[in-house]
Every structure is written in structure tokens, then in C-alpha cells.
Design a protein around this ligand. Structure first.
Ligand SMILES: [Zn+2]
Length: 307
């Protein structure tokens, strides 16, 4: 059975060859068949007419809106070129929503679950791309301005000409099992304020494998040794641009020795409790909803549906 994490399923051909030709990008960006998605911060304009879908604008709409904008080439589908536009901060109040049937500006985290998987995948690419461009206007080597190339696939320094490529930050997230129970934790900060628990997670360090990162994080946060780390599935998480790498592993020890600097609680919970919590029916355990890979990862353990 395919694993469908939200934000995966982008169908676009990213035009690796075509985008090397700046003239081709210019022609496509002015083509009446091309489509444009509008994003403001972490919000996106969608069409809500019962079902919610990404709202694609034509070049005539874009020119009429007269936005000060930068467009980034996403890719092609059925010979239609798709772009995303980073809307200026001021445009939310002045945007003529009444001209576009059902148009509404919604937060990407809230809307992602409502979209079909292809739309949520395109949204992930769009957000991650714009987040990267917003933060990389200047060269990290010499400090001078960088210039967009290949429709947004890279930026080049205007002074030292070094190339900068969009980055993805890998995060490992893992369910550790002792057979009948699995380990969940609550980190300090946002999770604690909502009393939510989740699978333990952390950024990968440089110079380590996925398996080593899983072992290190679990030892750091819970003081537990793990073995038999296995990859399960992954999820793009465009806030700003991480790749969640979901894994299962077995506990080699079970006594918890929590890192109280990072965590407010770490505990073992049994299958029954996890299943109840995933259904939102537990009175004692609050777990992430299906927008997060943590939900699918915990569910696969609780239903023994992995390997
Ligand atoms: Zn430079």
C-alpha cells in the first residue's frame, strides 16, 4: 500500500533541461497558457467552493493585479508551465478577492489537509522555494547580492559568481518500540503549550548516517539505546524547508533518562492508547493529526503495518 504523506505527490516535471535557457523561461512566463500560484508569507490563495483546490491565475490576471513580484518556475504538466509568485507584504488588504470566484487566502498548514495530494505537493515545493529565496538575497561567501538563475533553481553571486542552490534540511523522526509500547515525547515550546506528544525527532548532524542520527537523538533525548533502525517514509515539510525522514527502531534498553533541557516529558505508551489518541478519543494522550508524518508513523507501528 503506498504511503501518502501530506505535501508529497508533486506531479510537475521540474524542467531541468528547459530551465537552462533564460529566454525559454521568459517566453513561458508571458504565455497565456501558463499558470501562476500566489503566496503571501506562509499563506496561499486557494479556491474554496465546497472542495478546496489551488487557485491558478493567468498572465492577464497577474498583469492586471499589477503586483511588484518575483516569479519562480515550478515546472510543467501537460505542456502547461507553472510558476509561483511571492506576493508583496502589502497586498493582502488590497487584493480583489471578489473578482475571483471562491478565492480565499489560507494558511498552508491549515489548508494542506484539504487539498488533493498533487496540490499539496506543489504547495510544498512553492513554499520551500520562496522561503529559500527570501533568505538568500546575499552571498554567504562575500556578502554581495545574489541573482536568480534558471527560474529560481539557483542563485548566483553578482560579485564572486559562486552558485547557491536551494537547501533541504533533513530531520529524522522515529518510533522506538520495546515490542508492546512505543516512545513518545513532548519537547519544550510549542508542543508543551498544547500538551501534545509526538514521535521523537531532531535535525541530522553533519557527518552522520540516518541510522546514526536516530541512535544519537534517542540517546540524547531519552537515554535509550536503539537497534535495527529501519527507514519507513519521508515527507517534505516546507516550514521553511525540511525533509522529515520517518524511521522505526527497536529499543535495546527501556529505562528513560530524559534530557530535561530539551524535553518536558518522555514516556512509553501502549498500542491501544496510541490508536485511541490517533482517533482523537484518548483522554490522556494528544498526538499529531494526519498532516504530520508523525501520525502515519505512529499509526503504522500501532497497526503493525510496516516492514
Ligand atoms: Zn559572493
Amino acid at each position: 500500500m503506498p504511503i501518502e504523506n501530506i505535501f508529497s505527490g508533486n506531479p510537475l516535471d521540474r524542467c531541468e533541461i528547459e530551465r537552462r535557457d533564460e529566454n525559454w523561461i521568459k517566453i513561458r512566463s508571458e504565455d497565456p497558457s501558463s499558470k501562476f500560484l500566489l503566496i503571501l508569507g506562509s499563506k496561499v490563495i486557494v479556491r474554496d467552493v465546497g472542495e478546496i483546490e489551488l487557485l491558478w491565475f493567468g498572465i492577464d490576471d497577474i498583469q492586471e493585479l499589477d503586483l511588484e513580484y518575483h516569479s519562480v518556475l515550478l515546472g510543467m504538466s501537460n505542456d502547461v508551465t507553472h510558476f509561483v509568485i511571492d506576493m508583496p507584504e502589502v497586498s493582502e488588504k488590497s487584493f480583489p478577492f471578489e473578482k475571483f470566484d471562491g478565492s480565499v487566502l489560507l494558511d498552508a498548514r491549515d489548508v494542506a489537509l484539504e487539498l488533493c495530494s498533487t496540490d499539496s505537493g506543489i504547495l510544498a515545493q512553492s513554499l520551500a522555494q520562496l522561503n529559500w529565496h527570501r533568505r538568500n538575497g546575499f552571498c554567504s561567501v562575500c556578502g554581495q547580492r545574489t541573482i536568480v538563475k534558471r527560474g529560481g533553481q539557483k542563485r548566483e553571486c553578482s560579485a564572486c559568481f559562486i552558485e547557491h542552490f536551494p537547501r533541504v534540511d533533513p530531520v529524522i523522526i522515529m518510533v522506538i518500540s520495546d515490542g508492546e509500547n512505543c516512545l513518545v515525547g513532548q519537547s519544550k515550546g510549542r508542543l508543551a503549550s498544547t500538551n501534545r506528544y509526538s514521535a521523537l525527532a531532531g535535525f541530522m548532524d553533519q557527518g552522520e548516517t540516518i541510522e546514526e542520527a536516530v541512535s544519537r537523538e534517542i540517546m540524547e533525548e531519552a537515554g535509550i539505546k536503539v537497534k535495527n533502525v529501519r527507514y519507513y517514509s519521508s515527507q517534505p515539510w516546507p516550514f521553511p524547508s525540511t525533509l522529515m525522514i520517518g524511521c522505526h527502531a527497536e529499543a535495546d534498553t527501556t529505562e528513560i533518562n530524559m534530557d530535561s533541557e530539551e524535553m518536558t516529558d518522555v514516556k512509553w505508551v501502549d498500542r491501544k492508547e496510541v490508536l485511541l489518541a490517533l482517533d482523537g478519543k484518548s483522554e490522556t494522550l494528544n498526538l499529531p493529526g494526519p498532516v504530520a508524518i508523525a501520525h502515519n508513523l505512529l499509526k503504522s507501528w500501532a497497526t503493525k503495518n510496516f516492514d
